[in-house]
Design a binder for this molecule. Sequence first.
Ligand code: FEO
Length: 405
Amino acid sequence: MKAVELKNGIFWVGAIDWAVRDFHGYVTQRGTTYNNYLIMDNEITLLDTVKYDFADITIKNIRSVVEPSKIKHIVINHIENDHATGLDKIMALTPDATIYISEKGKKGLERFFDISKWNMKVVKTGDTLNIGKRTLLFLETPMLHWPDSMMTYIKEDNVLISQDAFGQHIASAVRFDDEFVTCQSMAELDDAVVDYYANILMPFGQLIKTKIAEIQKMGLKIDMIAPDHGIIWRSNPNKVLQMYLDMANGRTNLSISIIYDTMWHSTEHMTLPLMEGIKDEGVVCKVIKLRSTPMSDAIKEFWHSRGCLIGSPTLNNLMYPTVAEFLYHLRGLKPKNRIAAAFGSYGWGGGAVKEAYEEFKRMGLEIFEPGLQVLYRASSEDEEKCYEFGREFAKKTKEYHKKFE
Ligand code: FEO
């Protein structure tokens, strides 16, 4: 690999991770990239580093443009391991460079490295750094998605280095959105954006709205959004901004996901008449078995749909463990603007459906009650009840969806 020029004098010098499939528990079927950027100006500046294992690759890419020892400034927009653990290898090549970082970033970075030997400068929103023909403007974005997170705006080029925000876990031979949609597809790019948002940024919708409004109020013209993962938005950066605003405002598809697990196929058996009932109300339905689906894919499907039916057999008076794990994971993501109901089979005491509703209530989801339970195995009458339950849930979902149109 070598550097790729974004705009005159601004280069991508990151690394492609084709192989990663487990990104701290998040399944990354498409791999990912660790993007960082080099600005060739009077004072050469590097924006972010990469994961430690890929530090030699970014150094090689930097070297395809300039000797790393010439770098004068390094901006660290985010200290998470995938972006900052390559820092000491780079600092070893340019030890007198100054690091620009948020206050919380500095506090965090000293837990990873001995920073006493480095020149550090804490920056906050509105601070600028002139590097010659260009001025960098720093924008703190705390909790998008770590306390230290910030973005850097290159004023003269209207380029926003957006860190994790607006990124996607995609490893590709191409760097830009217009290239990606030509060789793959816009639908795949959209899917990767939603996947990333659902699994990482779902809890921060309100903050996203506030931050986008702040950027708009500052009157920053944005021609390009360059995130630290995946594809760079150069043909239509407004598209991803709008996607984020839509998701933060609760917009999603009028569809229902049935997310379930099963022991002896009894709960699974219920999904078919449920699905038929939903479809007969004219609502799109997708069925996802948890033991056959990565957790992060199930989270994405939940987020893609206005309504969710959770199915679980009862095991020892509780939910089936994979269902409990899914809901526990979901609760941490603080989902909003979704309606849920539960169903499942049981043998003697029951309990899974009740437990599921308790989780829905903890999350503050809109609830459709009561849930539906079937003893051992659905009879023809039970199947009819499932069908009607699916229809009623779809009706309720359609009604609820109107709030967001
Ligand atoms: Fe891509 Fe929060 O790290």
